[in-house]
Design a protein around this ligand. Structure first.
Ligand code: CA
Length: 234
């Protein structure tokens, strides 16, 4: 796979580049946001440092996400909760805080790549074209919210709501079997590729994103201590 490594620190870039090459990846390393935006097209996954010399990494993340759907992991020294939440909301697939263990980062790369659209290995997505549920149910309506599993769109009161890919995956997973309560581990396993893989907080952040962006907080119902279900308006 071809990695785009956005990192202005030479030593860190060298260590990451070496580890990626050892695992058979080719790497394009850039140190500036402007160069990152020039090389997104070829990237099959992206590692993104947030502290860059020419543009705030969080802003770069937002811009990257408008042009690039490749799996993206933020690798940063920023460890504040709000940074992690902001990064995941802006469309990062995972968030790794420096200093990190190289083996763990490589494992996380494998996980986000497995979940990427067009990934060769792995199970069909919960609502992907190959999913058994998608054939049976294409559009699920709740109140004035409409989730179209085939076209991967969500409309509220007739207007399309732009969710991140991962947010839609979560919502589609619930909508594909709307009468069931889905355990957290099941959702993490299906959407993130691993039931126990440190993504627990990601799930909560994504659910919060769905609620905020649709303006329909009831659309995802929390079943405390268990999981989530597609909700209904009361
Ligand atoms: Ca930096």
């Amino acid at each position: 796979m071809h990695a785009l490594l956005v990192e202005d620190d030479d030593r860190m870039a060298h260590a990451l580049g070496t580890a990626l090459a050892q695992r058979g990846h080719t790497v394009r390393r850039v140190a500036r946001a402007a160069d990152a935006l020039r090389h997104t097209r070829e990237a099959e996954f992206v590692l993104l440092d947030l502290g860059l010399p020419d543009l705030d990494g969080m802003e770069l993340l937002r811009r990257l996400r408008t042009v690039c759907a490749a799996p993206l992991i933020v690798v940063t020294a920023r460890c504040e909760e709000r940074d992690v939440v902001q990064g995941l909301r802006a469309g990062a697939d995972d968030y790794v805080v420096k200093p990190f263990r190289m083996a763990e980062l490589m494992a996380r790369i494998d996980t986000v790549r497995r979940r990427a659209p067009g990934a060769v290995a792995g199970r069909p997505g919960p609502a992907g074209p190959a999913g058994p549920d998608a054939a049976a149910v294409r559009t699920v309506c709740r109140g004035d919210a409409e989730v179209d599993l085939a076209t991967r769109t969500v409309c509220v009161a007739g207007a399309e709501v732009r969710l991140t890919r991962r947010e839609f995956d979560v919502l589609a997973h619930l909508a594909a079997r709307p009468d069931e309560v889905h355990p957290r581990a099941e959702i993490l396993d299906r959407i993130w590729g691993d039931a126990f893989f440190a993504a627990s907080r990601s799930l909560d952040v994504h659910v919060a994103g769905i609620r905020a962006k649709t303006g329909r907080p009831w659309l995802v119902r929390t079943v405390r201590g268990f999981g989530y279900q597609l909700g209904t308006e009361r």
